[in-house]
Design a protein around this ligand. Structure first.
Ligand SMILES: [Zn+2]
Length: 402
């Protein structure tokens, strides 16, 4: 908990936590975590994109490694646990193994990813993409708000010419396990410190608009209007209703922009976003298709133009069944009931699942708040997470030695 507090001091914006990719504050936070990794007995290196990798060798040096970790970057005005907690819990679990001189049949690497939130380049998962072999070289030309390219940012922080070296080699690792705050209120509602993640929900992000005719609010009669704003209201409510009636479905209209945007002018155009998530891709795809059909019907009934663009789509990720049951057994061993839950938010495990089997442990957070300075966890819950990870590694150690 003290370390989470110390990392909160590394920021680009005094008074709040803002730690984007490739910045001096992230580099300084990385140096600090590197010191803690060394204290826990790890050899430390920085890879091409700037991820920090701490490693302890197993007795069988060429064996594939167990990867643990999370991300060290943050959103703007962040809390202090989203990301760093998963790194620090992993370091602590490794420190304990070492303190009791447990011999390991496989190496363990703790990863501190340099970019998950994508604050600076409007991307996500740059750090894990580099490891999973999913880094698109076109990303190097992306620019930040000051026209600095990712290539330039990487030059002082990693090495844009060595990206191929960052990719996990075949058999370099056998699993990636991430602890992370839940970012939702479920564990709090069932009064449990930790939960085991079954998978990460798929997501569709749609950008849509209705186009009508702007006019004077005092002169255009109601039956002569082609007002796109009530049409948007209809689809906002439809999305809410559909999600309420479909178990596990989440639908959110997070932005809505009416132009020209004056209180005495009928809007001419309304743009809105729609975010749809579900652990089952078929359910999500059905929902998106249904909402698109409704959007077009509403537009037709009101004689409006309509645009519907799927801006981003991520399929659901399933956590590895054997690893997940090991994690569940470790929770039981800590004397706790096992709560299985899907993750609605994306994590580095999404991308890592392209390279290795993944599992995730959620830690309860106060009122489900995240991406906000009020983010909180309790010392007790963090202690449970460390116990569970420690038990998980020990059980895996026994299993792999046989
Ligand atoms: Zn996170």
């Amino acid at each position: 908990m003290g370390r989470c507090d110390s990392l909160a001091a590394f920021t680009e914006e005094p008074g709040r936590i803002t730690r984007p990719y490739g910045t001096p504050s992230l580099a300084a936070a990385r140096d600090t975590v590197a010191r803690w990794m060394r204290d826990a007995g790890m050899d430390v290196r920085v890879d091409a994109i700037g991820n920090l990798r701490g490693r302890i060798e197993g007795s069988d040096r060429p064996a594939p490694a167990l990867l643990l970790g999370s991300h060290l970057d943050s959103v703007r005005d962040a809390g202090r646990y989203d990301g760093p907690l998963g790194i620090l819990v992993a370091i602590e679990a490794v420190a304990r193994l070492r303190a009791r001189q447990q011999s390991l049949p496989f190496p363990i690497e703790v990863l501190a990813f340099a970019d998950e939130e994508g604050l600076r380049f409007q991307t996500t998962y740059l750090g894990s993409c580099a490891l999973a072999g999913a880094f698109d070289p076109a990303f190097l030309e992306l620019t930040d708000g000051d026209d600095v390219t990712l290539r330039e940012a990487m030059a002082g922080f990693g090495n844009p010419h060595a990206l191929a070296d960052a990719v996990l080699r075949p058999n370099e690792a056998f699993a990636y396990v991430e602890a992370h705050i839940e970012q939702g209120p479920y564990l709090e509602s069932v009064d449990l410190p930790v939960g085991v993640v079954t998978g990460i929900s798929g997501q569709s992000r749609i950008l849509a608009s209705f186009k009508g005719v702007a006019g004077h609010a005092g002169t255009v009669a109601m039956d002569l209007r082609r007002d796109p704003l009530p049409a948007a209201a209809e689809i906002v409510l439809s999305a809410e209703n559909l999600a309420r009636q479909t178990p596990g479905l989440l639908a959110t209209v997070g932005t809505i922009d009416a132009t020209p945007g004056a209180s005495n002018v009928i809007a001419g155009q309304v743009r809105f976003s729609l975010d749809v998530r579900h652990p089952d891709d078929a359910v999500r795809n059905d929902a998106v298709r249904g909402l698109e059909r409704q959007t077009r019907e509403i537009a037709a009934a009101r004689a409006l133009g309509v645009e519907w663009r799927v801006a981003r789509e991520h399929p659901a990720v399933h956590c590895d069944a054997p690893l997940t049951s090991r994690l569940a057994e470790a929770v039981s061993a800590a004397g706790l009931p096992v709560e299985l839950l899907p993750s609605g938010a994306g994590h580095d495990a999404v991308v890592m699942s392209e390279a290795v089997p993944v599992a995730m442990l959620f830690v309860r957070c106060g009122e489900g708040v995240s991406h906000h300075p009020a983010e909180s966890v309790t010392t007790n819950d963090v202690a449970v997470a460390i116990d569970v990870l420690d038990e998980f590694i020990s059980a895996l150690t026994d299993e792999r030695r046989q």
